[in-house]
Ligand binder design. Structure first.
Ligand SMILES: C[S@@+](CC[C@H](N)C(=O)[O-])C[C@H]1O[C@@H](n2cnc3c(N)ncnc32)[C@H](O)[C@@H]1O
Length: 326
């Protein structure tokens, strides 16, 4: 017997609840304050947050190691590489170390100035070219053999990798060129997660003696960052969809049925991703993998009626860049 979750529209800017949110907001504020000043003075007091966010990307040993291995596997001596959404430039530096002849480092924010300095500090200034701008708005003077990017959110697709790679494939990639990652599995699993369930239920509790129930609907209709552990999973996870980066659709709907494998309380659906970086390297934030990268999973509250059943069935509809319904 299956219990179907009624489709409930929610409009969530991935950036509002997402992996990159604080960083992007910080940048926006800094530039709005004074767009003409240099990187150092413009960022001002926000610099610590920005630099620290990038420190966390670098300090994620599983992530950096996966990209290093994949880049070493894919990049051939003399290759032209695009480091899309380059941040500190780490992926471009790894490509240089793997023998790339030239790396185009494309970054929309003032981080590009820091990346340029880091590049110089490592002696790669003759091989790295820095282009400031959104990847979809910049032009490259030549086609590339390899494009690399880690613009993946908690559920994989929502931070922009699909759109940005789709555009880069059309405009920049040589025929037969390689994308890192080449494909992405979006994975789902019914989960117990009392903590977030209680957070949402809070709005039903008349805080300060007022009726705040309208807020509950908003709170229920968004994705929450969470670090799931295996004990929270109520079934074997299933792949919701596989996105081929070279040809991924910008909207899709998938249905999935999962067989519950243990007793527990269904609070919602957990989501994460597994990215195929190269033939031999995958990278994931799966709670079931010991070498998971340091990126949260996403939690969607179960908004159907509770009913004991052996199967849980639901449908996800994703419309890129940032709309999901389930
Ligand atoms: C996750 S961070 C840095 C990732 C970096 N490649 C790394 O591996 O550490 C993403 C960076 O990409 C920039 N960014 C996001 N989307 C972009 C796009 N479409 N074009 C250029 N820069 C982008 C952000 O400003 C941010 O600095």
């Amino acid at each position: 017997m299956a219990s179907w979750l009624p489709a409930c529209e929610f409009l969530t800017l991935a950036r509002q609840s997402g992996f990159y949110s604080s960083f992007e907001r910080t940048q926006q504020w800094a530039w709005m304050a004074n767009p003409d000043r240099s990187f150092r003075s413009t960022i001002g007091t926000h610099v610590s947050r920005i630099v620290d966010e990038h420190r966390q990307y670098l300090a994620d040993g599983a992530r950096v190691s996966a990209y290093r291995q994949a880049i070493e596997e894919v990049v051939r001596p003399g290759d032209v590489v695009l480091d899309l959404a380059s941040g500190t430039g780490i992926l471009g530096l790894l490509a240089c170390r793997a023998g790339a002849g030239r790396v185009y480092s494309v970054e929309v924010s003032g981080m590009i100035e820091l990346a340029r300095e880091i590049c110089r500090a490592n002696g790669f200034q003759d091989r790295m070219v820095f282009l400031k701008g959104l990847s979809t708005r910049v032009d490259l003077p030549e086609k590339v053999d390899v494009a690399v990017c880690d613009q993946m959110g908690r559920f994989g697709f929502e931070a922009g990798v699909v759109q940005f790679f789709g555009d880069a494939c059309k405009r920049f990639l040589k025929p037969g060129g390689t994308l890192i990652p080449a494909r992405l599995d979006m994975v789902v699993c019914p989960v117990e997660c009392q903590e977030i369930w209680s957070q949402v239920e809070y709005w039903n509790d008349s805080p300060a003696g007022f009726d705040f129930r309208p807020a509950r609907q908003w709170a229920a209709n968004t994705g929450y960052p969470v670090k799931l552990v295996p004990d929270q999973l109520l079934a074997s996870p299933a792949v919701l969809t596989t996105l081929e980066m070279a040809s991924a659709p910008t909207s899709f709907r998938r249905e999935v049925t999962l067989v519950v494998s243990r007793r527990g309380v269904l609070h919602g659906i957990g989501g994460w991703f597994s990215a195929q970086l190269s033939r031999n390297v995958t990278m994931t934030n799966s709670p079931l993998v010991a070498e998971r990268i340091n990126r949260h999973n996403v939690f969607f509250l179960w908004i159907g009626r509770f009913r004991w059943s052996l199967e849980i069935a639901f449908a996800f509809r994703c419309i890129l860049p940032c709309r999901t319904s389930w």
